[in-house]
Design a binder for this molecule. Sequence first.
Ligand code: PLP
Length: 396
Amino acid sequence: MTDDSDPSDRRTNDTAGSPQTLAAQALGRIDPETRAVVPPIHVATTYERDADNQYRAGYVYGRADNRTFRQAEDLLAALEAGADAMVFASGMAAATAVFQALSPGDHVVVPKVMYWSLRNWLGGMAAGWGLQVDFVDMSDMAALAAAVKPGRTKLVWVETPANPLWTITDIAAAADIAHDAGARLAVDSTVATPVLTRPLTLGADIVMHSATKYLNGHSDVVAGALISAADDDFWQRIEAVRTQIGGIPGPLEIAQLVRGMRTLFLRVERSCRSALMIAERLADHPSIAEVLYPGLPGHAGHAVAARQMQSGFGGMLSVRVRDTGGGGAAAAIAVAARVQVWIRATSLGSVESLVEHRASIEGPASPVPDDLLRLSVGIEDPDDLIADLEQALAGG
Ligand code: PLP
C-alpha cells in the first residue's frame, strides 16, 4: 500500500484500547485541518503530480487507492489483529480476488457448505480458468487432511459458521493442515465477525468479510474486505488484482461502512443473545423438525464453536419446518408468508430481522434442504421476534 504523508492519520497515533473502544471511535481519527471527529470523504478520482513528476502524497488514481478507505482498512486490521486490510466493492469481489491471485493449475480445497454464490463461482468460472477445486466437508478435519495435496494445494478456504447450515470448522486445526501441505488458510468470517472470532490469532493467513452484512449492519452498503496476517508477496498479488480488475468500493459507501462499524459490538452482542433465545425456544416446538444453531449443545460443532467463538454463537440460525403433508418447501414458505415482524428478504447481519426460504434462492444444485428457513436475527425486542415466529408457526 502507498504511504500516508500525514502523520496525524497514521495508525500509530490512533486511539489505544480494546477492540470495542477502537470500533466505537473508528480509531479516534481527527481531521488534521478542521479537527472534525469524522474525517472528510475523499471523492477525487485523480491527484496532481508534483512539478518534478513525483506523487509524494502517495495517491495517483482512484481505482488503486483512496484516503477514505484507510480508516476502514486500518480499523479492520486492528480488529482482526492483521498486518493490513483492503476493502472491495462486495464480499464476492473480495473473495474472488484471493482465488484470482493464484495461478491456473493451482489446487484449492473449499467447503461443500458455503455461501452459495461463491460455491457456484468456484465450480464454474474458477474451474474453467484452470483452478483445481475440491469441495470437502470442512467440519471433518480428517476429510480436509485427506484432500490437501502437499506442494500442490495453494489455498484452503473455510467459512465458519457456514451459511446456511451453520456448520463449524476448527480454524486452528485447518490452519495446521493447510500449512503442513504448504498452503495458506483463508477464512470467510462474515457471520462470526471480529466480535466473536479472530481467525488470524488462530493461525489463519487471510480473513474475508462480506462487509454488506454485520460490519455495516444497516442493509444500505454493499462492500467486502480482506485482512492479511502478513504484508507478503501473495498479499501484493491480491492488491494487484483489486487495482487491475477494479473491484473497489465507492468512498461514500466506505464512509457509511465506518459509521456502521462503530456500533458493531453492540449490534452483534444483541443479535447473539436474541438468536440463542430464539433457538432455545424453537428447539422443542412441535412445528419445527430441527433447529440449526451452533449455540445449542446438540449441534455437531458446538464444542469447537464454544472454543473459538467469544461471547456468543452468532446471530444466524436456520430451522427445518415440519412437513404437514404438502411437502417441506410448501410448509416452510407458508410459515414465512405469515410473519409480521420479521421481513422476508435475502441477506443477513443487519439491524432488522430477516427470514428466507433458502432453497428458493440457491436452486436445485444446493445442499440446503427444501424445508429450511434461514433466520438473521436483528436487534429488535426478542420477545416480539419470538411471538411473531410462534404465530407464524401456529398457522393462518
Ligand atoms: N460470504 C457470506 C458468508 C455471505 O453471506 C455473502 C453474501 O450473502 C458473501 C460472502 C458475499 O458477499 P456480498 O453479497 O457482499 O458480495
